[in-house]
Design a protein around this ligand. Sequence first.
Ligand code: SF4
Length: 472
Amino acid sequence: MNTLYLKSFIRCKRKAWLDYKGNKSYEVWSPHKAIDKINQYQIFSELCNGDIYTGLKACKNGYQGVIGLKIKGKFFQNIKAEIHPQLLVKTKGISKWGQYKYLPVVYKLGHKTTKEHLFDLAFSSILLETFQESKIDKGLVISSFGNKVNVEEIDLNKKLRKKVLNVFLSLNESLEGLIPDITQDRKKCTICSWQNFCDKEAKENGYLTDIDGIGSKTASLLKTNGISNTQILASYSEKNLGEKLSIFNDQKYLKASKFIKQAQAYISGEPYFISNKHDNYEFFKKTVSGFYIFDIESNPDDKHDFLYGFLKINNLFSKKEDLIYEPILNLKNNQEESYQQIIKMLFSNEKWPVLHYGETEKIAIIHIAKNLNFSFEEIELLKSRFIDLHILIRKSWILPIKNYGLKTVSNWLGFEWEQKNVSGSKALYWWIQYQITENEVFLKKIIKYNKDDCLATLHIVKCLIRNQLKKN
Ligand code: SF4
């Protein structure tokens, strides 16, 4: 039993079980974990002014920060346990090593201190106390915002220790039992290394949360009404279902119709065409004399867009080799220059619409225009050129897929990324690597990935215009 299982368990019982007993060949490498580790190391190093070393020797020598330590011990009821404190930081006190002791520290991404942070600290402190022969009454949660290190002190009181003990006992019991069910809150799955494994099982068992728009609350509402899987949902009448969905007020019949059609499409593998209201002809007319496709790579935690990618399409029927792709890099010290480049690009064809997938790109351009002191009218004009394909596709089609992200939609339409197993998180991971090593290889990978995102968007545009969203 160790800290890692405990943290997984707090997130999802099944994840802890899979980490402990699952077949590792089904696990997929997660860039989130790697990004977390890099961020963690940088901020810990800053906190300890670089006086940070690895292992037991570092404790004996009294270094300010200690990482990479594994401490084994016995927990409640003699259950064997192991802690992997993210960081131990030296403080005043007396321990078996001398006139100092260590406190456990965890890294926090984002603003919220969660149970995961609190339990990690409490669990670590219990074993660390015995190990260093010194009492611990607080732990630290470290985060970084706007290049400033924030330190939050956590009181490791009796109540918290009791709670962690209870969680520890349930974890122990769970690991000895059968594999727990897939979590109801499937949002958690998006950054989980077991996602593919669980997705497969969810689809085979007709999990309601596989249906776009159905979260844990709606799923349990459906279940209490006897609709326990996607098959039953797909065969329901829209009127009957609408009556059971009164929580959606006057949207209830609309929601019922969407859920049922989405379930039918998901099971049959066939897309469902909603309407021609958002006339493809209009869309075609807007794009016929050229358009841009625009896609951003960003670091959301740092609120930094590091790459702006533009694909210029003079003609929808241009060959792939005739398309011009222009990446604009946004290093923190050349921000002004990259903003100017973007505006120059957008106004070199000022009538062209800008097609993008999701809201991020439009928000980023408005931000840039404001930064460059554009007038209200100029910003409005610029805004009117943006066409969000994500919205367009959702209004026109119900597709047999789990979500309507760019990757899922374009993959389903037969588009293939040149680099395998890529994602926005992987691009961010490469960006962090590039910043550390300045190795151009990482930059090339990011640019290739962004270009493919633009080409994937173009692929969707073509399918929309042909009005043929069929699997190729
Ligand atoms: S993919 Fe989801 S259900 Fe499966 S282990 Fe991860 S978080 Fe839990």
